[in-house]
Design a protein around this ligand. Sequence first.
Ligand code: NAD
Length: 499
Amino acid sequence: MDIAQLVEALGLQLLSGGDLPVRSPIDGSEIARLCRHSPAEMGLAVGRAVDAWTAWRKVPAPKRGELIRLFGEELRANKPLLGRLITVETGKILQEGLGEVQEMVDICDFACGLSRQLYGLTIASERPGHRMMETWHPLGVVGVISAFNFPAAVWAWNAALAIVCGDSVVWKPSEKTPLTALACQSLFERALGRFGGAPDGLSQVLVGAGDLGQALVEDSRVPLVSATGSTRLGRAVGPKLAARFGRALLELGGNNAMIVCPSADLDLATRAILFSAVGTAGQRCTSLRRLIVHNAVKPQLVERLTKAYASIRVGDPLAEGTLVGPLIDQAAFDSMQAALAEAGRQGGRVSGGQRVFDQAHPEAWYVRPAIVEMPAQTAVVRQETFAPILYVMGYDAFATALAMHNGVPQGLSSCIFTNDLREAEFFLSPEGSDCGIANVNIGPSGAEIGGAFGGEKETGGGRESGSDAWKTYMRRATNTVNYSRELPLAQGISFDLGE
Ligand code: NAD
């Protein structure tokens, strides 16, 4: 199936003639040309979204859940097509493209159930004849800015919850993956058609780059902006939202580590390292980037990894058996090469990392994943390089490993491989990992939707997806009801006229 047939099956016409070229990283070819939306069009879209929210907030939440249930059905039916489009646009292998759609289905199921569980508390009042409670109300327009590497799931995490919570959504996807966004919108519109009667403008997609995202961030009619991307993006968006008292949900870069202890099951660790360090060509926010291994097992583990890395199949992400597809573009390749050169200057021993298939595909950027043995956690290790580079460092004392683990600016995902209960529990304790995600005997990537997803420090502090992340998409009202004939004041304050 060629790209024209693929997008048509997803309800789109293959677009041409615009000023935004869309390329497939598989071979670097141009697969579409879209028209960018202007900041003025963003303003109009936000206006429509305000109107949509005004109507949608009155629809009972379980009925709103029904729309998301229908959307989940569309996703289930179109999983092979959408998964394939994700692969064509991002270069992630087909298994991972399909996995991303499954993640969307999962969050739809979760959100549908949640639509009957938007609970508030009942609170004991200190005053006689009074009752206190909290209620959760729809917040308004939710702006979503998303990164290229999860071009569909990140929006779905936000949109499924936001729609159930009674909000409307305006989405500015990555300019590198707009077709996937338009396909998601098309499937959502099919669900809207079956649902019937939802307001226009409930979900909208506008295509463009950072300037368009900025227009969304600066619009004071948007009470919440969920922004996923680099720490640089967070630094641009966070202060602007704070200045207008908007709510920011920031999901930014990670620099995720694994501690491997002497008691670890090295077979299990090797498999987990492989998936989390080279999966998605190292282009997951939760990719494993730092391996902190006890010196007693380091030589063995490095040997196993070197062997495993040698047999990884890099190539066409649509072909069966491929584990690593291309990097997204030349800029990603250049930053990988710059990091490897810098690591060499800082005492690292680099194996792998070279470009492959450049003869066959001069416009595509395939690399062998790299392992870099470092003498210490130097400056280059402390930064996120969005590519398949695994820095390996040794340790002798557990406290040193933990200090190294937490000694980076980012705080997204983390894990420990150990069979020692004390080490495992300490890692999860308040003195252990400082990340938003901390795992035992599981790699740092590939989270399930049931838990809250996000991280601390320069990762931005936001939480999306499961648990009580829905609360960010609503506003809380605390209500006190007086059913007595008196008017006692809180804290026992007396405020009488004294007659
Ligand atoms: P990026 O920061 O280059 O772009 C992300 C999005 O922000 C794009 O849609 C872009 O157009 C937009 N943008 C850029 N500048 C903007 C501005 N000034 N105002 C508003 N919008 C702006 O990121 P990327 O290269 O697409 O993605 C890779 C990065 O995303 C990595 O750092 C990765 O760790 C991070 N990421 C984080 C998570 C998470 O959940 N924590 C998930 C996926 C990706």
